[in-house]
Design a protein around this ligand. Structure first.
Ligand code: ZN
Length: 372
């Protein structure tokens, strides 16, 4: 079996015995993935059981939960509840904690702060930077002061916001954080060209990383025809897709992250529908289809997130993912293990998929089925 080791940037052939047959001739073994941007809903929506299955089917052994759960991940009590619900799982569930709450990163399971899914003002930001422990801040960079479901240039009667909204918010967060002694920032789901240009500039001086989602690498605002394509940040124009892909290749974008945002039901009215797309199961396929570069995808889906978050990782025969790079399929979210069937890429043809996942020495998933 071909093995790609991104830690050494090397290819090898190894005798890995898989109990099941496959007819594909383009299988590759790579390290399991780490998702820096996952949502769990609880209260009848996605729970840790369904999310665990969806993550494994997507090749993820570790994920980082964002704080906009109900109730918010911002107190030690809520963190204790999540710790209990996610204990004894095959997937390790790390958590962020709200930048505006009482709980603090602990370096064990609570890895950093996040603003994701929490509308905040400049005052909130300043107050948080004045009082919080100096730690990594993940930022959903948005000027919430200005309403807008989509970006300018999108054909819609619904409220639109300037394309520069994201870059202005990134500058505000980073410079304010630096003023109050914060030194590590991670910008979530970058979606616009001005944001890429600003990040590239800020990286020269500050410790700054960023991520992009599969939907922003594959879909433009011209394709918005269902509520499943209502995402936040919104989809931009076709040219932006090229800029985002280039930024992954030239290193301005460090991480590929899913922003898996499952919704059990979504209002069918675009104005009232919740934001988000259910992604985690097809994330690898979408990234590989968009970028067509396996070492690049594996590095940014497996190695870089762990480096940024200081999660030790060794690639061995006990933990890996088997990819079938020849497999072509059409996305059908009704087949997802996730409770969220709201996939923005519904019906799209993707190439390459996760065939099997081995965790803690056991092959737990193979060809659409769980083995134990
Ligand atoms: Zn998110």
């Amino acid at each position: 079996m071909r093995v790609y080791n991104p830690l050494k940037n090397s290819w090898s052939y190894e005798d890995i015995k898989l109990p099941l047959r496959t007819h594909s001739e383009n299988l590759v073994v790579v390290p399991s993935f780490f998702d820096m941007h996952t949502h769990v809903r609880l209260n009848g929506g996605e729970d840790y059981d369904s999310l665990e299955k969806a993550a494994i089917a997507g090749g993820f052994s570790q994920v980082l939960i964002q704080p906009n759960t109900d109730p918010l991940l911002d107190t030690s009590e809520t963190h204790a509840l999540h710790e209990k619900l996610s204990a004894r799982k095959k997937v390790t569930f790390y958590r962020t904690t709200s930048l505006f709450g009482k709980a603090k990163p602990d370096g064990k399971k609570i890895l950093c702060y996040s603003t994701d899914g929490i509308p905040y003002s400049y005052r909130d930001l300043v107050n948080a930077f004045r009082s919080q422990r100096k730690a990594l801040v993940m930022d959903h960079s948005q000027m919430h002061e200005f309403e807008g479901i989509f970006y300018e240039g999108t054909r819609t009667e619904l409220p639109r916001k300037p394309i520069t909204n994201e870059a202005v918010a990134i500058y505000r967060t980073v410079m304010t954080g630096v003023e109050y002694g914060f030194c590590k920032f991670h910008i979530q789901h970058v979606s616009t060209k001005p944001a890429l240009e600003l990040i590239s500039f800020l990286k020269k001086t500050f410790q700054l990383t960023c991520e992009v989602t599969p939907h922003h690498l594959l879909l433009s605002n011209e394709s918005i025809d269902t509520v499943n394509k209502k995402v936040n940040p919104p989809l931009a124009d076709v040219k932006t897709i090229e800029s985002l892909r280039d930024a992954v290749k030239n290193g301005v974008i460090d991480v590929l992250a899913t922003d898996h945002a499952p919704h059990f039901t979504k209002d069918q009215d675009m104005k009232f529908a919740a934001f988000g797309t259910s992604n985690i199961e097809i994330a690898f396929s979408a990234f590989f289809t968009a970028l067509q570069d396996l070492p690049l995808v594996v590095e940014k889906l497996s190695i870089t997130p762990r480096k940024i978050l200081n999660i030790p990782y060794t690639f061995d025969s006990e933990n890996f993912v088997v990819l079938d790079l020849n497999h072509e399929f059409e996305v059908r979210s009704k087949d997802f293990f996730s409770k969220g069937k709201n996939c923005a890429m519904e019906g799209m043809k993707l190439k390459g998929r996760v065939l099997g996942t081995k965790l803690h020495g056991k092959l737990v998933y193979w060809d659409g089925e769980f083995l134990c």
